[in-house]
Design a protein around this ligand. Sequence first.
Ligand code: ADP
Ligand code: MG
Length: 401
Amino acid sequence: MDKKTVKDIDVSGKRVLVRVDFNVPLNENGEVVDGTRIEAALPTINYLLSKNCKVILMSHLGRPDGKVEEKLRLTPVAEFLSELLERPVKKADKTVTDEVKTAASNLKEGEILLLENLRFNPGEKKNDPEFAKNLASLADIYVNDAFGAAHRTHASTVGVANYLPAVAGLLLEKEIDNLNGLLENPKKPFIAVLGGNKVSDKVKVIDRLLDVVDGLLTGGGMCFTFLKAKGLNIGNSICQNEELEHAEEMLKKAEKNKVGFYLPKDVVVANELSESANHKVVSVENIPSDQKGLDIGPETISEYKKILATASTIFWNGPMGVFEMKPFENGTREVAQAIVDSKGTTIVGGGDSDAALKKFGLEKTISFISTGGGASLKVLEGAVLPGIEALMDKKKIRCKT
Ligand code: ADP
Ligand code: MG
C-alpha cells in the first residue's frame, strides 16, 4: 500500500484516535453475536498499546440516523473488547462533549477509551467539518483501521484526516494488500466466483475482473439476468431487466478477452421462495414459466468444482443460491467446500458469503476473508476509497521547481 501506516510514524506515548469498524451484529439482549470485526482490529490496538499510546477508539453501529438509539450504544462492544484484551476499556456515553474531551485528555499511557456510536451525531454522515474538528481535538494522531467504512465519506473516515497526521491501521493495510494483489499480480490460473442477488451491485467488479481472471463462475440470483441476455427463458427467476444491456456487454468482453464466462447448466427451481416449497432440478433450457431458480444444480456444481480444483487463486463473492434455506443451500455449500479444499490463495468478500462460510463452519480455512462487503467490491472495481485517499502518502511527491 502506498499510504503511511501506524508503523511508519512515531506513535510512542501519543494520544491516538483510531477509527475502527465495530459495526457488529447484536442479539435481542444486546450481546455481541459475532465479534469477528472486533477481533480484526486487535493487531492495531495491540501495536499501539505496545507503544504505550493512549488509545481512543471510535466506530459506528447500525443506522441510528443522527440521534441516540438506546439499543445501538457501543457499551456491549466495549465489554466484548475488554474481555478480548483482558484489560479495562473505558466507554464514553457521548461522541464529543466537554466531558469526553476531559476523559480523553486524562487517559494514561496504555489506557483505552471507546467513544459512543458516531452515527448518534448527525455530523458523522454529513462529514461535518465542525464534528470532524471536534473528533480530531481528542488526539495527536489519527489512524483509520475501519476498512468496512473506508468507501464512505464521513467525518470519522475522511473529515478528521484534515486536522491530524493521518495513517492506516494494520487491518486496513492487510485488506488493501490482499485485494489489490488480486488485481495486480494474481497467481494464475485465477478463477473468480460471483453470485448474490443483484447484477447492478457487481457489474463494475465483473468488468474489472474480466481483465485479470482466467475464468468467471456465476450463480445466485444475478446469473438469471445473464441467462436471459443469452435468450433463455428464466421463468419467474429474479431478473434485472435494466441490466440486460450491461450483461450482454460483459458476455462480449469475456469472449474478446478469451475468459471463460460460466453460467449454470442446471438449477434448482421452486414455485415460491419458501423452505417447504416443492423443488426440483431442471436444465436452464427448461425452466418452467411459473418457477424460479433458487440454487445451482448438481451438474453445474460438479463442473465448477473441477474448474476450482485447477485454480491457484480464487476470489469469491456472493452465494450461489438462497443458502439461508435448506433446499437451496447445496450449491453455496459445495462451492464453498471446493474453495476451502483449494491449495491456492483464497479470498472472500461480501457479508452474505462470509455468513455462508460461517453457517457451514468453513471460515477458518480461507486465506483471507475481507471484513468489508461493499468496500471490498469497490477496491476490486479499481476505485480509490475516500477513507484511504485521505491518508498520508508513503513517499512525499516533490514538485519540480
Ligand atoms: P454478498 O453479501 O456476499 O455480497 P449479496 O448480498 O450480493 O452477497 O447476495 C446475497 C443474497 O442473495 C442472499 O441473501 C441470497 O439469499 C440471495 N440469493 C442467492 N441466490 C438467489 C436466487 N437464485 N434468487 C434470489 N436470491 C438469491
Ligand atoms: Mg449482502
